[in-house]
Design a protein around this ligand. Sequence first.
Ligand SMILES: Cc1cc2nc3c(=O)[nH]c(=O)nc-3n(C[C@H](O)[C@H](O)[C@H](O)COP(=O)(O)OP(=O)(O)OC[C@H]3O[C@@H](n4cnc5c(N)ncnc54)[C@H](O)[C@@H]3O)c2cc1C
Length: 435
Amino acid sequence: MIEDERPPLADSLWTATAPAGPACPPLEGEVEAEVVIVGGGYTGLSAALHLAERKVSVVLLEAREPGWGASGRNGGQVIPGFKEDPDEVERIMGPTFGRRAVRLSAAAPDLVFDLVARHGIACDAVRAGWIQPAPDEAGVRLQRARVRQWERRGAPVEWLDRGAVSIALGTGLYEGGLLDRRGGSLQPLAYARGLAAAAIRAGARIHGRTTARRLERVGAGWRVATGRGAVRARTVLVCTNGYTDGLVGGLAQALVPVTSVQVASAPLSDNVRRSILPGGEAASDTRRLLVYFRLDPAGRLVIGGRGAYGERGIRAAQARLRRLAQRMFPQLPDDLRWERAWGGFVALTEDHLPFLVEPEPGLVAAGGYNGRGVAMATAMGRVLADKASGVPDAELDFPVTRLRPMPLHALRRPVIALAVAVKAVQDRLGLRLAS
Ligand SMILES: Cc1cc2nc3c(=O)[nH]c(=O)nc-3n(C[C@H](O)[C@H](O)[C@H](O)COP(=O)(O)OP(=O)(O)OC[C@H]3O[C@@H](n4cnc5c(N)ncnc54)[C@H](O)[C@@H]3O)c2cc1C
């Protein structure tokens, strides 16, 4: 069970199966460092690791334990690219940073699998590819264009027609799909804990059970106050993403946290197991409210999708996923046991792209991966490390932009909840037509 979490989000397969993390004692007293990081997910942990490897002194503060947030709960799908297609990213960011950001996102899975190998992180990492299937003609058109865009950039991406995608996935529900050989999967919490252990070995100080409560300017640097201590540093990196609180004015208003939930079955029989994703890929579809699925190494079907805010809504979303799985994969036994159900917050942004901002000199924040953070947050952590170790903004792999709180942010949650309900109905209609 995930500690300090509401019951419908807490029964995580990853918490049940990950090796223990390193000891991260709470901060006691006043300490100094060159860089202080707030938040111990992939963004903060990757930044800490890359800084420590460059011999920059770094302290990371995490309110619970490394990987407690989305990084320890996600689908473990290592996905290249942003939510938006590369041409669109270049259009939004302009040719220089657009091209750099696309390259960064394309190479983000390389970084993940390299870190896993270099630091010997035991996290069931498998680089068997990622499939993005389309349930309807609109999705097929989108995917074919996406394949062309990546092919132009020399990426190992190919189109799978209806027959090929049915065999690859083990369901006849999709009309075609994109196979991207750069992607793969891993045990997300084991990866987060492995990053934390590697960062500590490299010299980072990580304090769990330590909430950053207040930020104040002190001379040319910053003081971050916690319950029983404080850190003074010249740079603060805020990496709290979907769990952002009021520490930095306007940051929580720059993103909308939404729940994503998952359910995991008991291990499937060998026969059934061989029929679902026999190539070992991970998959997430192009539906308006996307559904993502894969098998874990024990042969459990793990399937996830958009959740809800209230407890009843979350449980209903998890029940819908179990029903959807039985419909998608009729080969599943009717009496299949579902072992676990959990979830967490992903952070959405208005333009569907992550952000890197510096609201005040030396105060830097990044996040907003729109559900694509396993690879991208790891890569962003390295960009943050570049920035905090003195690389000029003009030379970074991702643009530093203005912090842009969303207008009428307080209305966003109810509006998104409504939009989610409408999209779910549209998807259900689409699915019925497709099946
Ligand atoms: C259910 C689910 C499924 C997903 N599936 C996928 C997937 O398959 N593939 C993919 O690429 N992405 C996926 N994502 C998204 C991905 O998990 C995130 O984008 C990524 O983990 C973000 O990492 P992060 O470090 O920025 O934030 P997080 O991992 O959320 O970490 C933020 C941390 O900040 C801490 N914190 C907050 N405030 C404070 C404070 N004041 N002081 C100290 N600490 C603080 C929190 O405790 C938390 O641990 C999924 C997300 C969810 C929830």
